[in-house]
Ligand binder design. Structure first.
Ligand code: FPP
Length: 245
């Protein structure tokens, strides 16, 4: 089996992996190049890690592709990232289809430019029937915004008399998230050696294991990804309970 050959325990693979892809800018600047080049190479890493998840049979991979805070970057960098996203969604479609990958997105996607929305809708509908790994791109995503948006949705239902406020519990709030059906995040992986959650999936990652890796995202390899999964598999997950012996 592929997972075992990759040195991983198939029964203990995470169901939901979330990745904070950090270090594109540093990778480029370290070579005396413009930051754009780091993002371009970062897209190659996205392709490699997504394909690896499909081969391993990991059900869901969420990538922090553009945060709500990233809008504050220089306009030229934002433009470049949007073009890169649109290109990626178009050029990667055959690979997604070949690997049975379904594309999804979370975030305030209506804030994205028309060209990205077009490619996103196209890739989503073209891959909708795929049954393998779900590649979920977090776009214009902020974890606190997601919770605010969920609260607004529920408040609206309550105001219309469709929801009894006293009945609201965790399941109700989960149902109002951007991807309500998604399993909790098992492991958050962050490249470039940083150890911050940066407003990424705070609700979904409440019990996630956190693994950081020193490689800058453009240098992050399939072997690095496997080593992160191996570290995850070595952790004892307790979910607040006492250890079982
Ligand atoms: C962080 O690096 C990365 C981003 C803000 C954007 C992530 C985008 C990509 C990996 C490329 C395209 C993505 C897809 C899905 C095609 P940084 O710029 O913050 O790096 P730094 O911390 O070294 O400056």
């Amino acid at each position: 089996m592929y997972a075992r050959a990759a040195g991983l325990e198939p029964a203990r693979l995470p169901r939901h992996v979330a990745v904070i892809m950090d270090g594109n800018g540093r990778w480029a600047l370290g070579r005396g190049w413009e930051r754009f080049n780091g993002h371009r190479r970062g897209a190659d890493t996205v392709r490699a890690i997504t394909t690896e998840c499909a081969k391993l049979g990991i059900p869901r991979l969420t990538l922090y592709a553009f945060s709500s805070e990233n809008w504050t970057r220089p306009a030229s960098e934002v433009e470049f990232l949007m073009d890169l996203l649109a290109d990626f969604l178009r050029s990667e479609l055959p690979t997604m289809l070949e690997n049975n990958i379904r594309l999804e997105s979370i975030g305030r996607v209506d804030e994205l430019p028309e060209r990205v929305l077009f490619e996103l809708a196209n890739a989503r509908s073209a891959t909708a029937a795929n049954t393998g790994t779900i590649l979920c791109l977090a776009l214009s995503y902020g974890g606190r915004d997601e919770i605010v948006d969920a609260c607004r949705k529920l408040a609206d239902q309550a105001a219309r008399g469709a929801l009894d406020p006293t009945s609201i519990d965790r399941t109700t709030l989960q149902s109002a998230l951007y991807a309500p059906q998604a399993a909790d995040v098992d492991v958050v992986i962050r490249s470039a050696g940083e150890r911050r959650l940066s407003n990424f999936l705070p609700w979904q990652a409440a019990y996630a294991e956190y693994v950081d890796h020193p490689a800058l995202w453009p240098d992050f390899t399939v072997a690095d990804f496997r080593s992160c999964l191996l570290e995850y598999q070595g952790r004892e997950r307790r979910f607040g309970a006492v250890p079982t012996r």
